[in-house]
Design a protein around this ligand. Structure first.
Ligand code: NAD
Ligand code: UDP
Length: 315
């Protein structure tokens, strides 16, 4: 029988890739998004097709969906530091009120619910690499706190609905992910570096660039999310590529991949910027039989094609 899915934040970077995958797999897809950081162009190729509906709506309000829903993926939330620093209240609201509404809908429809959480719940971590059992090191009143605490609240709310209302829930802790449909100017390191390198402008490395991140190619992440939704694992699961790199080396890699003549320019490190970040994915391997398939070099080559087009179009 045909299955029906609601994807909140479905017009965003990750949400639109999820819309594609579920639509391709034969699901009836409802994409709900208020477009504060997403774009209709991300889903334009799906609009008008059978089994796809776009609803422009703010999910912090009461949610109403006609007919059955089998699965809700709650992905609505600004995700880039620049976005959530510009929209702190919307970020807190969508993580708290939006998660509450989406869980309420899951309860009403007897649907499975999957929360898009983040490695940011670990904050500036004192444990490295980060396992799901680590409780994190977050500054609740710092600038990044609006995102980190909203996601920590969202996880707590999800577990409460699971325990108290017996909702079938999943929590994915997503580590830095990249690929096509990232906004060129969303302020994250990867699009910024590509934009700068492709125009032979200096790459802006914050601090001395010794802070690390671990970047996951979008197709690997989507596969992990699907496996998690199909598993029985209720506790959070890290999905990320453990290939860790310092931001300075990452900037140099992007210069190399693009064949750019750009130099590096150092800028002030933002407050509370995590010093290290690397997923421990032993749980994902064990319970989902998942591990990333795309190494960073291949992922960057694929993603460069997308960014080249964006730079030509937008400058
Ligand atoms: P994105 O900004 O591209 O997508 C988020 C989408 O949510 C946008 O389309 C936006 O318009 C929508 N949205 C925001 N508030 C809304 C509201 N109140 N009602 C309806 N729609 C709303 O970001 P993304 O990178 O695709 O991230 C998607 C999800 O994954 C987020 O929940 C984010 O926290 C999580 N995540 C992403 C990453 C990553 O590396 N991209 C890492 C960790 C977690
Ligand atoms: N960063 C940088 N230059 C930029 C944008 C970001 O050096 O132009 C740094 C940022 O300070 C952080 C890392 O790159 O240490 C990753 O930043 P991003 O915003 O991509 O993700 P997050 O900090 O949320 O992991």
């Amino acid at each position: 029988m045909e299955k029906r899915i609601l994807i909140t934040g479905g017009a965003g970077f990750l949400g639109s890739h999820l819309c594609d995958r579920y639509h391709k797999d034969g699901w009836d897809v409802i994409c709900m998004d208020n477009l504060i950081t997403g774009a209709e162009s991300n889903i334009a190729h799906l609009v008008g097709k059978e089994r796809f509906t776009f609803v422009k709506y703010d999910v912090t309000n009461y949610l109403y969906v006609d007919g059955p829903v089998d699965l809700i993926l709650h992905f609505a939330s600004p995700a880039s530091p620049i976005d959530y620093l510009e929209m702190p209240i919307q970020t807190l609201k969508v993580g708290s009120l939006g998660t509450h509404k989406a869980l309420g809908l899951a309860r009403a429809k007897k649907a499975k619910f999957l929360l898009a959480s983040t490695s940011e719940v670990y904050g500036d971590p004192l444990e490295h690499p980060q396992k799901e059992t680590y409780w994190g090191h977050v500054n609740p009143t710092g600038l990044r706190g609006v995102y980190d605490e909203a996601k920590r609240f969202a996880e707590a709310m999800t577990m409460a609905y699971h325990r108290y209302h017996d909702i079938d829930t999943r929590i994915v802790r997503i580590f830095n992910t990249y690929g096509s449909r990232m906004r060129l100017k969303d302020g994250r390191a990867l699009p910024t570096f590509f934009r700068q390198a492709l125009r032979n402008k200096p790459l802006t490395v914050f601090g001395d660039g010794s802070q690390t991140r671990s970047f996951t190619y979008v197709d690997d992440l989507i596969e992990g999310i699907i496996r998690l939704s199909e598993s029985d694992e209720v506790e959070p699961v890290n999905i990320g590529n453990p290939e860790e790199v310092s931001i300075l080396d990452f900037a140099k890699e992007i210069i190399e991949v693009t064949g750019s003549s750009s130099e590096i320019e150092y800028r002030e490190l933002p407050a509370d910027d995590p010093q290290v970040r690397q997923p421990d994915i032993s749980k994902a391997k064990r319970v989902l039989d998942w591990e990333p398939k795309t190494n960073r070099r291949d992922g960057l080559e694929k993603t460069m094609k997308y960014f080249k087009k964006q730079v030509l179009r937008n400058g």
